[in-house]
Design a protein around this ligand. Structure first.
Ligand SMILES: CC(C)(COP(=O)(O)OP(=O)(O)OC[C@H]1O[C@@H](n2cnc3c(N)ncnc32)[C@H](O)[C@@H]1OP(=O)(O)O)[C@@H](O)C(=O)NCCC(=O)NCCS
Length: 143
């Protein structure tokens, strides 16, 4: 608990799913997509115990982030803070939780994907020691 802000962070549990999705859906910088259903997030949380986090103020979820790893690289997804609570260090608190959890799990490096038109989100990651990967092209395919 941060005494200055009354904000606390804790593990993301499946009961948080609906509030987290509502937070993500309100953000242009976050695409709620395959992998985000209640059932899929339940599997993800069980595969990556304790790594995904929420921030609470007065019993309400005001921030959320998904975090996991494949044993080689950490991945951080869907970091969001409710607009009224931004600029108070909550995004950094959630990110620090993720970094600490990944470090304790033995991961040496984390990867994130930022939408190309999300310049505010990009600035947040740059401010928090992430570097652009200018030498790669992110790719995907449906399985
Ligand atoms: C990105 C986001 C999570 C930041 O949350 P936040 O709680 O406002 O961020 P913090 O207050 O913890 O800021 C931490 C640091 O990042 C900096 N920062 C945050 N947003 C910034 C921005 N838009 N531009 C530049 N710097 C920014 C802060 O100044 C602070 O720097 P400092 O440590 O030197 O003081 C929030 O703006 C958000 O939810 N955005 C919409 C969703 C989104 O785009 N998420 C990223 C998906 S890739």
């Amino acid at each position: 608990m941060s005494a200055a802000t009354g904000i606390s962070t804790r593990e993301f549990v499946i009961a948080d799913h609906d509030q987290a999705v509502a937070l993500w859906k309100a953000e242009e910088g976050i695409e709620v997509c395959e992998g985000d259903s209640r059932e899929e997030i339940d599997v993800y949380l069980k595969r990556n115990p304790g790594l995904s986090r929420v921030a609470e103020a007065g019993g309400e979820i005001v921030g959320a982030v998904l975090c996991g790893h494949d044993g080689r690289r950490g991945m951080i997804y869907h970091l969001a803070v409710a607009p009224a609570f931004r600029g108070r260090g909550i995004g950094k608190l959630l990110l620090d939780d993720c970094v600490r959890g990944l470090r304790e799990a033995g991961l040496p490096r984390a990867i994130i994907l930022v939408a190309g038109d999300n310049s505010a989100g990009h600035q947040f990651w740059l401010r928090n020691a992430f570097e652009d990967l200018d030498f790669v092209i992110a790719m995907t395919r449906e399985i």
